[in-house]
Design a protein around this ligand. Structure first.
Ligand code: APR
Ligand code: PHB
Length: 391
């Protein structure tokens, strides 16, 4: 049996757990991180890719500014189209700030490199992680790896283990409330080693359903189409995907589309989920462990990073100043941020997806008209997208 002692035990080595561990390390607080998968598995997961400026600042605080500056793409706007007619949300003019395209895959890779380079204690393939005594001053984790079982004694547990993790489900049912809504659609996404169809993202609501043209770099495209959530990947060979995408995007974009074999293909659900509160004694939840938003507003990764940043600051205040106000306010602040992201992601989903009834079609048409004609409406969209709507 291996026994480890640390200040903060972190469950989950996705962006939330890694960023938290790095920010704590830079502030002089020790952590041990337990990750269920291998490093290669986590680093190869294709996930989100659009960063708010607040997230970029946090990554810079964590020591990643060189990587982001060298490899990220800076976007001053994006297109949002309704049956072929496009409105460009001019983010720079409406908010004063661009968004940054840099993949979660890259962030995860960069953070593992920094943490492991600094000798961090990260245990991969940690199975059967169990949480104990988080309502006391002496919480513990137990786990198993290929070399045997172990225990981590700590002062705090950070539950950063995503929506299917063990942290949230370890809380007694009567201490937690979950709010949830799902749509019967998913996003079928592919990654392709082809140049993006445009310099900026295109969100397109067509009569055949939603499509999104995104990217990871000038040579790597990420495209999505709305599909029934019951669809299986083998129903979507590459040719069918490209054909459907071409029909759902504006003609000027379809004419430029370069297709190629998919590198990755997956279906993601359109689901909102918030668990309240996010603190239970000495257990604090962060990122997807506490909340999921539909991908339409590109908020999931930004929320996970913001939680990690706030939790790191709260723990540093506790250790450096013996001041617990950050920990006391953490759950309320993080939930306010999460619900605002849910609100926006839900709104943008309702605006851009084919919902299958004429009433919704008419409401969407009116909403697009409003975006075109009202500066206030365009400004709220732009500020919500950039993460500055609440100031
Ligand atoms: N024990 C240890 N690790 C676990 C366990 C467990 N029982 N369960 C899950 N994990 C690990 C997963 O393998 C994963 O690496 O926790 C990590 C959680 O990472 P993410 O799911 O990426 O969640 P988070 O760090 O909060 O980042 C949220 O990910 O899903 C996207 O769109 C979302 O961009 C957002 C981001
Ligand atoms: C992505 O590139 O994966 C992406 C971009 C914008 C979104 C969602 C996902 O709104």
């Amino acid at each position: 049996m291996t026994n480890l002692n640390t200040q903060v035990a972190i469950i989950g080595g996705g962006p939330a757990g890694l960023l938290l561990s790095q920010l704590l390390h830079l502030g002089g607080v020790d952590s041990v991180l337990l990750e269920r998968r291998t490093r290669a598995y986590v680093e190869s997961r294709i996930r989100a890719g659009v960063l708010e400026s607040g997230t970029v600042e946090l990554l810079a605080r964590a020591g990643l500014s060189t990587q982001v500056e060298q490899h990220a793409l800076f976007h001053d706007g994006f297109n949002i189209c309704f049956e072929g007619n496009c409105f460009r949300a001019d983010l720079k003019a409406l908010t004063g700030t661009p968004v940054v395209v840099y993949g979660q895959t890259e962030i995860t890779r960069d953070l593992y490199q920094l943490r492991l380079g600094a000798g961090a204690r990260i245990l991969f393939e940690a199975e059967d992680v169990a949480l104990h005594d988080f309502n006391s001053d002496r919480p513990r984790l137990t786990y198993r790896t290929g070399t045997g079982s172990g225990e981590v004694r700590c002062e705090f547990i950070a539950g950063c283990d995503g929506s299917h993790g063990v942290s949230r489900t370890s809380v007694p049912a009567d201490a937690i409330t979950v709010y949830e809504q799902s749509l019967p659609y998913g996003w079928l996404g592919i990654l392709s080693g082809t140049p993006p169809v445009d310099d900026e993202l295109i969100y397109s609501r067509s009569s055949r359903g939603f499509a999104l043209c995104s990217m990871r770099s000038r040579a790597l495209s990420r495209y999505y189409v709305q599909c029934p959530i019951s669809d299986q990947l083998d129903e979507w060979p590459d040719d069918r995907f490209w054909d459907e995408l071409r029909h759902r995007i504006p003609e000027w974009a379809a004419a430029r589309l370069v297709t190629g074999p998919s590198i990755e293909k997956s279906i993601a659900p359109l689901r909102s989920f918030v668990a309240e509160p996010m603190r239970f004694g000495r257990l604090l939840l962060a990122g997807d462990a506490a909340h999921i938003v539909p991908p339409t507003g590109a908020k999931g990764l930004n929320l996970a990073a913001a939680d990690a940043g706030e939790l790191a600051s709260a723990l540093l205040l506790h250790y450096r100043e013996r001041d617990d106000s950050g920990l006391e306010n953490y759950s309320a602040n993080a939930l306010r941020r999460a619900w605002n992201a849910v609100r926006f992601s839900w709104w943008m989903t309702m605006l851009t997806h084919r919902l299958g009834d004429e009433f919704s079609d008419r409401v969407q048409r009116a909403e697009f008209e409003l975006l075109r004609r009202s500066h206030a409406a365009a400004e709220l969209l732009a500020k919500s997208y950039c993460g500055t709507a609440l100031g």
